[in-house]
Design a protein around this ligand. Structure first.
Ligand SMILES: NC(=O)c1ccc[n+]([C@@H]2O[C@H](COP(=O)([O-])OP(=O)(O)OC[C@H]3O[C@@H](n4cnc5c(N)ncnc54)[C@H](OP(=O)(O)O)[C@@H]3O)[C@@H](O)[C@H]2O)c1
Length: 342
C-alpha cells in the first residue's frame, strides 16, 4: 500500500505525541480530488486540539485545515481538467443550504477529517479553487481558514463600509492580521489591540491608525482617548475573556461586536443595559459559506492582498512552528513547507 509522510496526533495534552509518521494514502471517493500539498498553515484550532480543548476530538488525526498544492488524481465523477491544476483548499466541509449558519454535519478539515499537514490530502472537489495567481503556494496556504473567517466577520456579518472606523483585537493573530489587511484595502480606518508593543508598531506601519496593549490595566480607556471617542462602528474580536464587556463601551450606539473566538476564555459579567440602551448587536460568526469563500478569493485577488506570513518552516521543523503559535510569537500566519512547487 502506498504511504506518505504526515503529522499525526495520537494523544491530546501531549505535544510530543505529534509526530511525523508514514501513513497509508487516504482513499479517493468518486467526488473527491487528491491534492499533493505544497504548503500547509497552522491555525489556533490545531493547538486547541493538541491541548484537548476542542469539542469532539477524534484520534489519531492528521492536523491542518489550510493547504495549497497541485491536484494529482480525481475521483471517477470529477472533471479530469482539474488534474495538474494549482489549487487552494476551502476547509469548511458540508456547510449546508442556510447562509445564516452551518448545518449539524458541518466539519472543519483537519479533525475529524484528515488534514493538510501531510504530503497528500483528499477533499471533495467542491472544496478546491484555482490558486489566485498573485499568491505563491506559501501565501495561498496562509489564506483559507483565516481569510474565510475574516471575510465573513467583516463583510457578511459586520457589513463594514469604507467610511467605517473599526477595532480589531489581538492584531498578531492569523485571522486578525488578514482582517486588518482586508479592511485597509477598503479604506476603512482600523484601530487595534495587541499584547506586544512591537506588533502595534508593525500594524501601524501596515496602515492601521493606532493601537493599545491589552496587558495595560487601562487599555480600553486609552483606546477611547486615542481615537475611539465617538465609538467604533464594528469591533472584531476573537479574545473574549473577562474584559469582553469593555468592548461594549467602545462600540458606537447602533454598532456591532463580531465574535468568533474565546482565546482568553469566557466573558465576565456583561452589562445588558449597555446592549439594549446602545442598541448594540453582538454577532457570532464561524468560518463561512462556500459563497463567502468564493467572494473572499475574489476580494483578495481584486485588491492583490497577500496574507502576512510570520514564518515558513520545513515540515521537519514542525515543533518550532507549533511552539511559535503556542507562545503567541506570530504576526500573521505560520506556514509549513511540505513539498517543492511544481
Ligand atoms: N469561529 C471560527 O470560525 C474561528 C475561526 C478562526 C479562529 N477562531 C478562533 O479565533 C481565535 C484566533 O485564532 P487564530 O488562528 O487567528 O489564532 P492565533 O494566530 O494564535 O492568534 C491569537 C491571537 O490572540 C491574541 N490574544 C491573546 N490574548 C488576547 C487578549 N486577552 N486580548 C486580545 N487579544 C488576545 C494574540 O494577539 P497579539 O499577538 O496581538 O497579542 C494572539 O496572537 C482562536 O481562539 C481560534 O480558535 C475561530
Amino acid at each position: 500500500m502506498p504511504k506518505m509522510n504526515a503529522l499525526v496526533l495520537e494523544e491530546v495534552r501531549k505535544f510530543d505525541s505529534l509526530q511525523l509518521q508514514k501513513v497509508v494514502l487516504p482513499d479517493l471517493g468518486p467526488f473527491d480530488v487528491r491534492v499533493k500539498i505544497n504548503a500547509a498553515a497552522l491555525n489556533h484550532r490545531d493547538v486547541w486540539i493538541i491541548q484537548g480543548l476542542y469539542a469532539k476530538i477524534k484520534l489519531p488525526v492528521i492536523l491542518g485545515s489550510d493547504g495549497s498544492g497541485v491536484v494529482v488524481e480525481v475521483g471517477e465523477s470529477v472533471d479530469k481538467t482539474w488534474e495538474g491544476k494549482s489549487v487552494v483548499i476551502n476547509p469548511a466541509l458540508d456547510w449546508g443550504d442556510e447562509p445564516a449558519a452551518q448545518q449539524p454535519q458541518f466539519r472543519i478539515l483537519g479533525m475529524p477529517d484528515q488534514g493538510t499537514q501531510a504530503e497528500y490530502v483528499v477533499v471533495p472537489v467542491e472544496n478546491i479553487h484555482d490558486k489566485p495567481s498573485h499568491l505563491s503556494f506559501d501565501e495561498a496556504a496562509a489564506l483559507p481558514l483565516a481569510g474565510l473567517t475574516a471575510f465573513r466577520a467583516l463583510f457578511t456579518q459586520g457589513e463594514i463600509g469604507p467610511s467605517d472606523v473599526i477595532l480589531i483585537t489581538g492584531i498578531g493573530g492569523g485571522v486578525a492580521a488578514i482582517a486588518m489587511q482586508m479592511a485597509l484595502a477598503l479604506g476603512v480606518k482600523v484601530y487595534m489591540t495587541s499584547g506586544d508593543d512591537l506588533k502595534i508598531k508593525k500594524a501601524k506601519t501596515l496602515g492601521a491608525i493606532d493601537g493599545v496593549n491589552y496587558h495595560d490595566k487601562d487599555w480600553s480607556t486609552a483606546l477611547f482617548t486615542l481615537g475611539g471617542k465617538s465609538g467604533f462602528n464594528v469591533v472584531i474580536d476573537s479574545a473574549g475573556g473577562p474584559e469582553f464587556g469593555q468592548l461594549l463601551d467602545l462600540v458606537k450606539a447602533g454598532g456591532k461586536v463580531i465574535t468568533f473566538g474565546a482565546t482568553a476564555g469566557n466573558t465576565g459579567d456583561i452589562n445588558l443595559r449597555k446592549i439594549f440602551w446602545k442598541q448594540i448587536r453582538i454577532q457570532g460568526t464561524t468560518m463561512g459559506t462556500p459563497e463567502d469563500f468564493q467572494n473572499m478569493l475574489q476580494f483578495i485577488t481584486e485588491h492583490q492582498i497577500k496574507p502576512i506570513i510570520h514564518a515558513v518552516y520545513d515540515i521537519s521543523d514542525y515543533r518550532k512552528a507549533y511552539q511559535d503559535m503556542r507562545d503567541g510569537q506570530q504576526f500573521g500566519k505560520i506556514v509549513l513547507k511540505i513539498a517543492a512547487s511544481g
